[in-house]
Design a binder for this molecule. Sequence first.
Ligand SMILES: [Fe+2]
Length: 225
Amino acid sequence: MARAMKDKSCLLSEEVLTKYRIELLVKGSVVIAPQMLFTQDDIARIDQLQAEIPEEEVREGDAGDLHSVFVQRVRVDPPGHAPSNVSGTASGQIMELLESRDRSFALRKIFGASADYVVRRCQMHRMPPGSFIGIHLDAASDPDFEYSVIVQLARDFDGGEFVVYPTGYEQHVFRPPFGAVLVTTCKVRHEVKPVSSGERRSLVYFCSKRSGVNRRIIEGSNARP
Ligand SMILES: [Fe+2]
């Protein structure tokens, strides 16, 4: 199983990919089981690389939403600019791992796309007790974000549920296990509930069919799309 990513023919079967694709299409979110997209080795490698990336505390999201989370930026996507990796070798190495041929192939199938997706933004989140991410829309950060991919990197924590609100009255609560990957459309509001004990850690990246500058317009600024 640990070698599954090495050989595309052993990777997720067409049948399994189609099952995930349909669930994503119908529900807007799907959990990919542990070991399917990221092996234990992949996760260990990400953990090793992230240690070199500086961390900042984020308390306000792009749409003025409230957060309390520690963020390590891997690839940034500032309005008016094209996405770029943060400086240092670790970010490039993490991106290389994420953008490996087999993983891109599997994700493209799950997204139901005929062409490759690009990763526009990537970051890691560390959430000790009391941390949370308030309700927000990922597309508020970049209108071209289509899917977010969230890799669970921690085993022992309570709280920190990922809650998606597809409509005003519906909610889906996710608590994916270590190594699982939650894929969700960037067009629905969601939040991460406060962590009550332990530490929640995840790697998050946002995929789009579109490369090039971030077309987000910041109101009240001179930023151009
Ligand atoms: Fe989000």
